[in-house]
Design a binder for this molecule. Structure first.
Ligand SMILES: O=C(O)CCC(=O)C(=O)O
Length: 280
């Protein structure tokens, strides 16, 4: 169990929710036929990305009212027999009615094994270029997330969460071999930081890191950067793509983690005595 194939579905997402779900299903099944063990969908894969859409597309997840996207994710993981990091969808909390940007994670039996609510909301203002304020409609999650697979544990963050290195560091120190980020960077911060952040988190922690974006669609106001990517524990780009709809495959050999941690042993050289405020 030292090797696995990961597939990132760079899905073209439109305004038709039913179509978004059925396209996701076709591509997950296709990835499974190509031998993928862990499949990842992008951030907000059932809705166009934008605060104006989230309320209309929101669904409940952990309740008897489980919505159609969540039910479909369970079925696609089971039918494809893959571990599925189900991108994210706007989640309406059954108790409070608050909306979260939430990733559900499914095992190959279609059982829900994890749920990550985006912890850091994307509130930025780059004058003249991009202003976005998720907190107008979304609430932040308050939990770190990882899940078990036969290959080991994988940590999960959503998009803007990748800018906060603590998530990946804590996951790695708890033994995760990878961090996976469904994300939808844009045409301003995408070229500036997307690949660099993925590589930074990989190099910091000597783990695999994956970022899965939607495809770019110029019919909508938010233009995703695309460039879904898998980075190895040495910081090397294992696989990536441009901005059209596609599936990115990467074969991960977990022995690479041990190799780089042996060769460049920062992992055991940390001076926690000098920075006690950093989580161990
Ligand atoms: O961090 C960025 O530049 C983009 C983040 C983003 O698009 C998101 O969190 O959805």
């Amino acid at each position: 169990m030292n090797k696995l194939r990961m597939a990132l579905i760079q899905l073209k997402v439109g305004s038709n929710k039913v179509l978004n779900i059925s396209n996701a299903r076709s591509m997950v099944l296709k990835a499974s036929k190509e031998g993928a063990n862990v499949v990842v969908l992008p951030e907000c894969f059932n809705t166009p990305y934008g605060t104006a859409y989230f309320n209309d597309y929101a669904e409940e997840i952990n309740s008897s009212e489980m919505g159609p996207t969540t039910l479909a994710l369970s079925k696609m993981a089971k039918d494809a027999k893959v571990f599925l990091v189900g991108g994210s969808i706007p989640e309406r909390a059954a108790d409070s009615g608050q909306i979260y940007n939430t990733c559900t994670i499914w095992n190959d039996q279609g059982t829900l094994i994890g749920k990550h609510r985006k912890m850091h909301l994307f509130d930025i203002d780059v004058p003249g270029k991009i202003t976005f304020k998720e907190s107008d409609v979304l609430s932040p999650g308050n939990e770190l997330t990882s899940f078990a697979t036969p290959w080991g544990h994988i940590g999960v963050g959503i998009c803007y969460d990748v800018r906060f290195p603590e998530l990946a560091m804590i996951a790695a120190r708890r033994g995760c071999f990878a961090m996976v980020y469904p994300g939808a960077f844009n045409m301003v911060t995408g070229p500036m930081h997307w690949e660099a952040l993925m590589r930074a988190r990989a190099i910091d922690n000597m783990i695999f890191v994956a970022g899965c974006s939607p495809a770019r669609d110029l019919d909508f106001s938010y233009h995703a950067w695309g460039h879904s990517i898998v980075v190895g524990p040495k910081g090397d780009v294992k696989a990536t793509c441009e901005f059209d709809e596609t599936i990115v495959y990467a074969d991960l050999d977990l022995a690479e983690i041990k190799e780089i941690r042996t060769n460049i042993p920062i992992y055991d050289q940390r001076r926690f005595d000098m920075y006690p405020d950093v989580s161990k």
